[in-house]
Design a binder for this molecule. Structure first.
Ligand code: ADP
Ligand code: MG
Ligand code: MG
Length: 210
């Protein structure tokens, strides 16, 4: 797996389309225990990313991710914009100046992105947020890479783990974000941000190997 800047921009473009296709699903998850705008927020954010990158020459992966992060931070009003924005900014910071990234870089990027989300949102695993999908994904990617599995296997393992993390949010009590206002009543519903996270990771896999 080697991704250059041009391919990364294509992947981000595809994420905007996939978010659009899943806007209703994301919004319905958020409507059950939040305010029902997660699909709209994510769609607005990734269309801003697309707009911001349309003239980028693809020469620096770090700059592409930084631009994406800035677009998300400044165009999304909801909690998820600054959180995903920080994730992309942090991911970009560990690949500054690189023309291509491989699966080891991806692991570093995901690690840094997750740290950024946790720092910005003060969330920990089991708080019923996107962190629950991201943490599982990172652990799976790390184990698979450490075991010497192929990049395809490693990224697939990360996607499956993210979806497992999403499923696990169903039984959790929300401790961060709007869903935390419902406390115990948030049990029985999956977290919208964990769903968008899993979807984004799946889109990356599909674009690379689908
Ligand atoms: P808002 O809640 O402002 O309407 P969104 O609906 O776009 O924003 O995003 C909600 C998602 O953001 C939640 O489902 C959760 O995954 C994530 N989230 C909210 N607050 C936090 C936080 N403090 N830390 C991590 N993730 C959070
Ligand atoms: Mg919302
Ligand atoms: Mg909102």
């Amino acid at each position: 797996m080697v991704v250059n800047g041009k391919k990364l921009i294509e992947i981000l473009d595809r994420i905007a389309d996939v978010i659009e296709e899943n806007k209703l699903m994301l919004t319905e998850l958020d409507a059950a225990i939040g305010d029902g705008d997660h699909g709209i927020n994510m769609s607005r954010g990734f269309h801003a990313v697309r707009e911001k990158l349309k003239d980028d020459d693809g020469s620096d992966i770090g700059i592409i991710l930084k631009k994406a992060g800035m677009a998300l931070v400044s165009n999304v009003g909801g909690a998820a914009g600054p959180l995903y924005g920080t994730a992309f900014l942090k991911a970009g910071a560990v690949v500054e100046g690189k023309q291509t990234v491989d699966v080891a870089d991806l692991e570093n990027m995901l690690k840094s992105a997750l740290e950024g989300i946790k720092m910005r949102g003060h969330a920990e695993p089991k708080d019923k947020t996107m962190v629950d999908a991201a943490e599982e994904a990172l652990n799976a990617l790390n184990s698979s890479n450490a075991a010497g599995e192929s990049p395809q296997q490693a990224i697939k393992a990360a996607v499956d783990a993210a979806y497992l993390g999403l499923e696990n949010t169903k039984d959790m009590i929300a401790r961060k974000g709007r869903a935390s206002y419902l406390a115990e009543r948030s049990i029985g519903h999956k977290d919208a941000g964990a769903a968008s996270f899993a979807l984004i990771l799946k889109t990356i896999f599909d674009e690379l190997y689908g």
